[in-house]
Write a new protein. Structure first.
Length: 289
């Protein structure tokens, strides 16, 4: 396992076990034990890692996996070496975007007009939803080939750093890694895919709560995720089919993982103190709009 919660980089210097292990032996309680041995300054530094108080790492990148400043950001964007979550950039092409203007920021000509934060279309809402449902089903059915897909989200933002991004969180880190490696050799809708592991662990923190309430005044240019959701009936059917497929054709690696979890107290009577082998823990902390 690799731990990507706040303060892991500071803990490495005192948790020798964490330095040499990326397996189930390296558990959250190792890090908790390490925290108790930090001096007050190091403890404060570790507990602010990735939060708004962190002056080194970009909190937007850690929470959302994207930052509007990109490489120009004054804070660090530390890309994870291990994660259950991956992102495919600019994969969804929103038909509501004005005709003739590409939704891919890398394909729009220099000096072109910025996208409308609330794009309109001649298509009806029913047609737009049907278009999206077909896209979601197509991509979901592809992603489940790489592992147990826990959730998949599509950004409806129009800002260059979020537009059309598709996020997928798998049950295991090696499943996400396999998906990234495979998708980076693939094309979709006539364009090459660009995928990488993402630091996002909690989409509740990544999504715009104001948008969920229907009152985000930033529209599509909001720096938090505005998600486009599939029809509920479609999502239920896709999840049901995935469960059925895993029952009929179980992953041979699954049993090995379960055994390792049980061996190190991660499951089955461990009292909840064990490690989730190969899984990334959610990142807590505050958020801002």
């Amino acid at each position: 396992m690799s731990y990507r919660g706040g303060g892991a980089s500071h803990l490495a210097s005192i948790c020798k076990h964490h330095l040499r292990c990326h397996s189930a032996l390296c558990t959250d309680h190792h890090l908790v034990h390490a925290l108790t041995k930090l001096d007050p300054y190091s403890l404060a530094l570790a507990t602010t890692d990735g939060s708004e108080q962190d002056k080194v790492n970009c909190s937007f990148y850690l929470k959302i996996g994207a930052c509007r400043h990109g490489e120009r950001c004054s804070r660090k964007h530390i890309k994870p070496q291990f994660s259950q979550t991956m992102v495919v950039y600019n994969m969804y092409q929103n038909p509501a975007i004005a005709q003739g203007s590409s939704s891919n920021p890398h394909l729009r000509p220099p000096g072109s007009a910025p996208l409308d934060p609330n794009p309109k279309s001649d298509l009806s809402e029913e047609q737009l939803q049907d278009f999206f449902d077909k896209f979601y089903e197509d991509v979901y059915c592809e992603f489940v080939k790489y592992g147990n897909l826990l959730e998949m989200h599509v950004c409806d933002n129009v800002g260059d750093h979020l537009i059309g991004n598709v996020y997928a969180r798998f049950d295991w880190e090696d499943e996400a890694q396999a998906a990234v490696e495979a998708l980076n050799t693939r094309w979709y809708a006539g364009r090459p895919l660009v995928a990488e592991l993402s630091p996002v662990t909690d989409f509740r923190e990544a999504c715009c709560r104001q948008n969920d309430l229907g009152n985000c005044d930033r529209g599509g240019f909001c720096n938090f995720m505005h998600l486009r959701h599939p029809s509920k009936s479609l999502l239920r059917e896709l999840q049901r089919e995935q469960r059925q497929e895993r029952i009929e054709n179980p992953d041979p690696k699954e049993e090995e993982r379960r055994k390792e979890m049980e061996m190190f107290g991660g499951a089955g009577g461990g009292g909840g103190d064990g490690d989730d082998y190969g899984r990334s823990p959610p990142r807590g902390g505050s958020r801002r709009y």
